[in-house]
Design a protein around this ligand. Structure first.
Ligand code: AMP
Ligand code: GLY
Length: 421
């Protein structure tokens, strides 16, 4: 079968790498893709949010299966358009993608499903929001309701911070995303991510991971899209995962089906775990980036079978098998990220690195220029390794990092610390 993956980051490179290993995959195209994917896929320079362009490509290349990587095409209804045209597609409808696109929608679903999450209020004007903050006190969490590129959440340790965040949001700092605000109880505990394929009715867990959101070692400095990840997440024990499945994921999937907007695709549940009890922080309607890189490293070719079964509504008969392994990915970012950074610097040393089932450098923001690989984004490379232990995987990943010659890049040196401590 010919397969199309939509997206251009490290997540999509990892998906392409896993899918390409499966003998069911004939031709593989990533749109728009990036320079690192050339070894496993062809890149097509189209906008993944442009449903007409995607449909044209699907027809021209006789694509039999489409995997949608990022949230933007999902929120834009690209999966709906593909399914309406009879194309087998992995990824939720725009209506189901509201689970990521609207925080208040997710809170309402949790209410209806009885899923444990933080207590909250939903506001459309600043005065009512401020009155709620004054009544609840700090710490408290202020969230822009809509998609804000991961930046619309302020964990306020003081009441003054929360009030300022409300002014910023209603003042337009997050654009339309901040026109409505959700204010939540601060949840204490350890965060982990749980990835579950859902076919509208049945579910299949495909792994756990922990991300490192802060830019600096020891979880310091500003938030980023994620500076590294590892899988599995030890805090998400089998017992905690079973609770998360029964109390959070399954009731959500049932509620979405009941509303006539069944959820099909991967549901990424961000959990806060305390004393063995998971509560939902947020849903994302896609694989995490860079969490996907460690999941794909561990799943390999079977990821394609699971995604096809998901799209065909056959998850009840599907299983995935894990080696008793661990994976780590270290993000190399351009100096300055998550603030302003330069583009175009040359990265050397990549050709000498191993590329096999235990070691892979996934590209997130690169281009090929005059025979060199150059950086074109904030997060640029995802240096990923697998091992029998987390320590072994971490050692392999940093051994590769140390062979990469890129003076304009940096990384965290402590990916995995929480689990290794
Ligand atoms: P979100 O975009 O909803 O994942 O929020 C970004 C980050 O803010 C989360 O990963 C948490 O670290 C933090 N956060 C969000 N909601 C809460 C909450 N209710 N209590 C504590 N931390 C939170
Ligand atoms: N790494 C966090 C995310 O993909 O949302």
């Amino acid at each position: 079968m010919n397969i199309l993956i939509l997206g251009s980051g490290g997540r999509e490179h990892a998906l392409a790498w896993a899918v390409a290993q499966n003998p069911k995959c004939d031709q593989l195209i990533v749109a728009p893709g990036n320079a690192g994917m050339a070894a496993v896929a062809q890149c097509a320079a189209i906008d993944p949010c442009d449903a007409d362009a995607v449909l044209d490509l699907v027809q021209a290349e006789s694509i039999g299966f489409v995997i949608v990587g990022p949230e933007a095409p999902l929120a834009a209804g690209v999966a709906d358009r593909l399914r309406d045209a009879g194309v087998l597609t992995f990824g939720p409808s725009a209506a189901a993608a509201e689970l990521e696109a609207s925080k208040s929608f997710t809170k309402a679903i949790c209410d209806a499903a009885g899923a444990p999450t933080a207590a909250y209020g939903h506001f459309t004007d600043a005065d009512a929001a401020k009155a709620y903050v004054r009544q609840q006190g700090a710490p408290i969490v202020v969230k822009a309701d809509g998609l804000a590129a991961g930046k619309g959440v302020i964990v306020a340790m003081t009441e003054a911070e929360a009030l300022a965040a409300i002014d910023d949001m209603f003042g337009g700092e997050f654009g339309a995303a901040g026109a409505e605000v959700v204010i939540e109880e601060f949840m204490d505990g350890e965060e982990a991510s749980f990835f579950v394929l859902c076919d509208g009715a049945d579910v299949l867990a495909v792994g756990t991971a922990q991300d490192h959101k802060r830019v600096g070692d020891g979880d310091t400095g500003p938030n980023t899209g994620g500076m590294g990840a590892y899988s599995p997440a030890p805090v998400l024990t089998d017992a905690v995962a079973a609770l998360a499945m029964d109390q959070i994921v399954k009731p959500t999937v049932a509620e979405m089906a009941k509303r006539g907007t069944p959820y099909q695709g991967v549901l990424y549940a961000g959990l806060m775990i305390k004393d063995g009890q998971p509560r939902l922080v947020e849903y994302n309607v896609r694989f995490g980036d860079p969490e996907c890189q460690v999941l794909m490293m561990r799943l390999g070719a079977q990821a394609l079978d699971a995604m096809v079964a998901c799209a065909e509504g056959r998850l009840a008969d599907m299983a995935v098998t894990w080696a008793d392994d661990h994976a780590v990915t270290v993000v190399l970012a351009a100096r300055g990220y998550p603030g302003a950074y330069d583009k175009g610097s040359v990265i050397n040393g990549l050709d000498d690195l191993p590329a096999d089932s235990k070691n892979m450098v996934f590209h997130a923001g690169t281009a090929a220029r005059d025979g060199h690989i150059v950086a074109t984004g904030g997060r640029v490379l995802n240096v990923t390794a697998r091992g029998n232990s987390l320590a072994e995987a971490q050692k392999r990943a940093y051994a590769m990092v140390d062979q990469i010659d890129w003076p304009d890049g940096f990384c965290r040196r402590d990916i995995g610390w929480r689990a290794l401590d």
